[in-house]
Design a protein around this ligand. Structure first.
Ligand SMILES: *Cc1c(COP(=O)(O)O)cnc(C)c1O
Length: 366
């Protein structure tokens, strides 16, 4: 019997998506972003599927350490860098590249008495206003870093885009030119592009690209799906019906009784809810596949269950397969119905959901 809620991961699709990155940015080295447990797909599994990339990027030191302890010898950049000397020592010990984005970090490096050398990415804030040095502080930060004995030379240079998913926003072009001005004449490799940059802004390609969401087959743009961009979605989320019943006009369904049945219909209850990462804010009408056909979600999403209007599908029965996103139902579409982004949906799949690799796919029969 299949688990009540499970995600099927297609690792061939990950490799296909990497080849798409390489065809969009043929001259760039690829730093595959696998933070947040490989965007919810499983850190080690995704690292294994991408083992031939030039580097990995994770957000936090502990994610990098997990990769090292699992035996990965690839270059690994830690995008948030470090916040104290102890954390920097860990970066050194595990030979992780540090992103240096703040004065506090510079001071830690200058005071450092440890031995060894750490590769760094000096981050310029070109308008995201999150991490990074402002343009006017940048060359002084670069000079100070150049003098640190703990730092491998040359220093790598990076920035991150705030609005690259919006083709009509010229902020990306401004960010690119601000970066190019600030790094002009400095040695060291450069990196700007995330997935949206790789797919949409050729001017942002440089020595290194940093694809995240596109590796998982998902579009970074609100108006397209991964498939439309030539990507292959990696994750499918499945469950099954656990009850089928008739409801009458006037019946309400679910918590709060907010959905009211207008005319007699067949309703299915599927074993998946926000406790599995299905979005609590998916609106009534959100499409769900039951036996491969689309039906609308009705009533509120509960922790362990959702309710679906099966219309005249009186033959549906407990055990029938339910797909929350996957073939024929892009995760981008569900994100739209739930007022969120597909990044949050895949990252939000919880521990309770069994992750199954496609070649070991379980039979969907109950
Ligand atoms: C997460 C992240 C990326 C990847 O972004 P996608 O939109 O998923 O491609 C690249 N660079 C930095 C600094 C990030 O934090």
């Amino acid at each position: 019997m299949t688990p009540a809620a499970y995600a099927v991961l297609n690792l061939d699709a990950v490799r296909h998506n990497l080849s798409k990155v390489r065809s969009c940015a043929p001259d760039a080295k690829v730093m595959a972003v696998i933070k947040a447990n490989g965007y919810g797909h499983g850190l080690l599994r995704i690292a294994e599927a991408l083992q031939y990339v030039d580097a990995f990027a994770v957000a936090r030191v502990d994610e990098g350490i997990r990769l090292r302890k699992a035996g990965f010898e690839n270059r690994i950049a830690v995008l948030e860098g470090f916040t104290c000397a102890e954390e920097f020592d860990e970066l050194l010990h595990y030979q992780l590249d540090a992103v240096v984005h703040s004065l506090t970090q510079l001071e830690i490096l200058e005071a450092g008495e440890v031995s060894g050398a750490c590769a760094v990415w000096l981050k310029l804030d070109t308008g995201m206003n999150r991490l990074g040095f402002k343009a006017k502080e940048f060359s002084s930060a670069y000079q100070r870093l150049s003098q640190c004995v703990l730092i491998k030379q040359p220093i790598n240079l990076m920035t991150h885009f705030a609005c690259a998913d919006d083709f009509n926003d010229d902020k990306t072009l401004k960010q690119i030119s601000l970066f190019n001005e600030a790094v002009a004449g400095l040695s060291g490799e450069r990196s700007m592009a995330n997935s949206a940059g790789i797919l949409g802004w050729k001017q942002s390609l440089s020595d290194w690209v940093r694809p995240g969401i596109m590796l998982y087959g998902i579009s970074p743009f609100p108006e397209s799906t991964g498939r439309q961009l030539g990507l292959k979605p990696v994750m499918e989320l499945h469950s099954r019906l656990i009850a089928v019943k008739q409801i009458e006009a006037g019946d309400t369904v679910g918590y709060g009784g907010s959905w009211i049945c207008e005319k007699q219909t067949t309703m299915g209850v599927a074993a998946i809810g926000y406790g599995d990462g299905y979005p609590r804010y998916a609106k009534a009408g959100t499409p769900v596949l039951v036996n491969g056909k689309r039906f609308p979600l009705i009533g509120r999403v509960s922790m362990d269950m959702i309710t679906i209007d099966l219309g005249n599908q009186v033959h549906a029965q407990p055990g029938d397969p339910v797909t929350l996103w996957g073939k024929g139902l892009p995760v981008e579409e569900i994100a739209c119905w739930a007022g969120t982004i597909p990044y949050a949906l895949v990252c939000g799949v919880t521990q309770r959901v069994q992750l199954v690799e496609k070649q070991h796919e379980l039979s969907s029969a109950c």
